[in-house]
Write a protein that binds this ligand. Structure first.
Ligand SMILES: Nc1ncnc2c1ncn2[C@@H]1O[C@H](COP(=O)(O)OP(=O)(O)OP(=O)(O)O)[C@@H](O)[C@H]1O
Ligand SMILES: [Mg+2]
Length: 336
């Protein structure tokens, strides 16, 4: 079921946004609109649909509209036109009071700059959402401790943010976002300020947590490796327009235009693509070697090179679902 749907969102910044709509509908792009009218196009007719329980990554160059889009989902920004539907409700219709409740109960945001309160210690930062919900201290602290443990920060609960490294502060940010147990996590470049090893550790941790929690996560990044690692689906914005949305392998194998091609051209396809994305329907005899459909192509290269035969592809229950040969593998790697 779709958890979050954006239908035909336009966002124009400037003194008279509505007057710009006809230009966009004629197909005039962001640069020309700025030149002719002094208005900035944030989003130009963007429609997306995010399924419950998936990690939906939004990518694009700086200024392409990523933050503008995610901020529509909790209505930090109101659209010039279009609707945002969360759990079947058009949130543009919410009045002030219902909007506050909606933000408090349904979603949490994790920011690039951590956004911790410097005068509160870790446990009170993590418990902050529950403090706003006026929950008693015992309840706040026991819920906060659970999340502090889930992000591996036991023992640090009475320290202050400035006593922690960047990676630890971001763990506090993540724990804080999880403490109110929201259905939806909005993460805008949440790991971008971290150095590479810590960043990769956080990505792993998010995926591990997600296996248990099954939140609906909208994750913004300008880093393709991060997008490919985390995303069940990836949407790509260019100049406020949505140029492609699809599974990671769709984006890599069939980039919609030159802009997307430029993003994906240096990807190591063997590492990113899974066997299932290149397998063919025919099955081999039962004596053929087997590989799992969810393995990376890279991981089965040694078997293919060694046996030079076709391999059966099996699902997690060991049922044969197709096969691959050196031909398919060569074809996909040649385009790298
Ligand atoms: N409050 C605002 N007033 C005017 N223009 C804005 C405002 N917020 C965003 N914009 C413009 O909208 C466009 C999209 O900005 P946005 O912040 O969404 O980009 P982004 O993809 O998140 O970029 P980055 O990767 O740098 O964070 C940009 O051209 C920006 O200048
Ligand atoms: Mg941004």
């Amino acid at each position: 079921m779709s958890k979050i749907v954006a239908n035909n969102i336009y966002k124009i910044f400037g003194p008279d946004p509505l007057s710009i709509m006809p230009l966009l509908q004629e197909g005039i792009g962001k640069d020309e609109v700025l030149e002719r009218t002094g208005h900035t196009v944030g989003l130009d007719n963007v429609s997306i649909s995010i399924e419950e329980g998936e990690i939906f990554v939004v990518m694009g160059l700086s200024g392409s509209g990523k933050s503008t889009l995610i901020r529509h989902v909790n209505r930090l920004i109101d659209p010039t036109a279009g609707e945002i539907i969360v759990d079947s409700q058009n949130i543009i219709d919410l009045d002030k009071k219902n909007l506050i409740n909606f933000r408090r109960d349904k979603m949490s945001m994790v920011f690039q700059k951590f956004g911790l309160l410097p005068h509160k210690n870790v446990i009170d930062n993590v418990a902050y959402g529950l403090e706003i919900q006026k929950k008693p201290k015992d309840e706040r602290h026991s819920a906060a401790m659970k999340q502090i443990e889930s992000v591996g920060l036991n023992g640090f609960e009475y320290m202050y943010p400035n006593q922690l490294s960047g990676g630890m502060q971001q763990r506090v940010g993540l724990a804080r976002a999880l403490t109110t147990n929201p259905d939806i996590l909005l993460m805008d470049e949440a790991f971008s300020a971290l150095d590479p090893l810590i960043r990769s550790d956080m990505q792993k941790q998010l995926l591990e947590l997600q296996l248990k929690l099954k939140k609906t996560i909208m994750f913004i990044t300008h880093d393709l490796d991060e997008a490919l690692k985390l995303g069940d689906k990836i949407a790509i914005l260019n100049g406020g327009r949505l140029v492609q949305v699809g599974k990671p392998e769709d984006i890599i194998i069939n980039p919609a235009d030159q802009y997307v091609s430029n993003f994906v051209q240096d990807v190591n396809r063997a590492k990113v693509l899974k066997v299932k994305s290149i397998m063919i329907d025919s099955k081999q005899g039962s004596e053929a070697p087997k590989v799992n459909m969810n393995d990376s192509i890279e991981s089965c290269l040694p078997i293919i090179l060694e046996t030079r035969s076709k391999l059966n592809v099996v699902d997690d229950n060991d049922n044969i679902v197709g096969s691959i040969s050196d031909m398919e593998v060569a074809k996909i790697l040649k385009n790298n």
